[in-house]
Design a binder for this molecule. Structure first.
Ligand SMILES: *[C@@H]1O[C@H](CO)[C@@H](O)[C@H](O)[C@H]1NC(C)=O
Ligand SMILES: *[C@@H]1O[C@H](CO)[C@@H](O)[C@H](O)[C@H]1NC(C)=O
Ligand SMILES: *[C@@H]1O[C@H](CO)[C@@H](O)[C@H](O)[C@H]1NC(C)=O
Ligand SMILES: *[C@@H]1O[C@H](CO)[C@@H](O)[C@H](O)[C@H]1NC(C)=O
Ligand SMILES: *[C@@H]1O[C@H](CO)[C@@H](O)[C@H](O)[C@H]1NC(C)=O
Ligand SMILES: *[C@@H]1O[C@H](CO)[C@@H](O)[C@H](O)[C@H]1NC(C)=O
Ligand SMILES: *[C@@H]1O[C@H](CO)[C@@H](O)[C@H](O)[C@H]1NC(C)=O
Ligand SMILES: *[C@@H]1O[C@H](CO)[C@@H](O)[C@H](O)[C@H]1NC(C)=O
Ligand SMILES: *[C@@H]1O[C@H](CO)[C@@H](O)[C@H](O)[C@H]1NC(C)=O
Length: 280
């Protein structure tokens, strides 16, 4: 009897975790179309919300009325890439607005229940945010290889996630061994590391920076995991996206939002203790 109940529970868990790629793609597309149009109320996006289990719309860790957030502003999205997590029913979309007057880099997670969206979590960065440089960001993403990984060479979700966790743990524990790839390149705000064959991500990692409240989206087909988290003791809203090949980190995209304290630094500002990250 006990065994029977257990297998029923297992079946139920499988059933709720099941989601279809087509459905996730449509949801991410609806999100992007809404951002481009700046029309939330009449959008096919909001029509996909599960209002019963709704957990909120977040921008930079702030819970907002979706109608008053960035989605209400039409943006010319010039480049985009999405991850589809079939095991956890989630998507992550990176959207770049390469504009000379009003640029953005946005990362947004969508979470689902009952095949409908029940949480939106985004990091919205713009000029003034940490290392933000749209020219650099828009250029370097196009130079990287994020294509699908042939099935036989794919890493498991566990391996991909472990690589990201090792990286995030390293910021608070210098003894952690991170599976660095060779080469490995970081894109931070708009600053790029060495894209050559000797590029490394191992240098310039600060210490004493806990990375907490990690929320993952993992897509094995492209060897990628995106982790949304609170960066450091000040809990800056942050996103890190990794490309992992054969268990090793190949690319990393990092965006930290200093909001709501988007002001120039001075020595008594708590942000002045922000660790200096030197790209090598
Ligand atoms: C949830 O509420 C929104 C806004 O009222 C509505 O547009 C949408 O159709 C609702 N979603 C569902 C699945 O009923
Ligand atoms: C969200 O904002 C819109 C537009 O200002 C408003 O119509 C709506 O009532 C607000 N929703 C909530 C839950 O406050
Ligand atoms: C988007 O780009 C088009 C063509 O480059 C331009 O006409 C339009 O004003 C832009 N829209 C916004 C919201 O920046
Ligand atoms: C922004 O990035 C571009 C391309 O890498 C670079 O040429 C430019 O100097 C950077 N601007 C600043 C202010 O760092
Ligand atoms: C981004 O916009 C600038 C200014 O319009 C343009 O020179 C540059 O080529 C664009 N970058 C990409 C990667 O399209
Ligand atoms: C891009 O990455 C894929 C997966 O690792 C690989 O099969 C392909 O050869 C790479 N393409 C280039 C141009 O390096
Ligand atoms: C890292 O290793 C050193 C040397 O073994 C040890 O003294 C230190 O406590 C370790 N640090 C952490 C955070 O585990
Ligand atoms: C990479 O490192 C090797 C060994 O140190 C060196 O011989 C080679 O010139 C370097 N390549 C580049 C492009 O810097
Ligand atoms: C420096 O930052 C602190 C803390 O945010 C603030 O109280 C103070 O007014 C700032 N000083 C100046 C000169 O801007």
């Amino acid at each position: 009897m006990f065994r029977f109940i257990l297998s029923l529970v297992a079946l139920a868990a499988t059933a709720t975790a099941h989601c279809e790629i087509q459905h996730l793609r449509e949801a991410a597309d609806a999100y992007l179309e809404t951002q481009k149009a700046g029309q939330v109320a009449i959008s096919a996006f909001q029509a996909r919300f599960d209002n019963k289990t709704w957990r909120g719309y977040y921008e930079n860790s702030n819970k907002l009325n979706i109608s008053t957030g960035i989605l209400a502003k039409p943006l010319n999205v010039t480049h985009t890439r999405s991850l589809y997590d079939l095991s956890n029913c989630a998507t992550y979309t990176e959207a770049i607005v390469n504009s000379t007057t009003d640029p953005y880099v946005i990362g947004a997670q969508l979470r689902f229940a009952n095949h409908a969206i029940n949480r939106v979590d985004s990091i919205v960065t713009k000029p003034g945010d940490w290392l933000f440089n749209i020219t650099g960001y828009a250029y370097w993403v196009t130079q990287e290889n994020w294509s699908e990984i042939p099935e036989a060479q794919r890493d498991t979700r566990e391996v991909i996630r472990a690589a990201a966790d090792a990286y995030c743990d390293l910021f608070n524990n210098p003894n952690v061994t991170v599976p660095w790839g060779t080469p490995c390149v970081r894109l931070e705000g708009g600053l790029y590391g060495n894209p050559g064959p000797n590029g490394t991500c191992a240098g310039g990692v600060p210490s004493g920076v806990p990375m907490t409240r990690r929320r993952y989206v993992i897509d094995e087909t492209v060897g990628s995991v995106e982790v949304m988290l609170d960066f450091g003791k000040s809990k800056w809203p942050d996103t890190h996206q990794f490309r992992v090949e054969k268990g090793k980190i190949r690319y990393e995209h990092m965006a930290i939002m200093l909001c709501p304290r988007r002001r120039p630094l001075n020595e008594t500002d708590p942000r002045a203790s922000f660790p200096t990250i030197v790209i090598v």
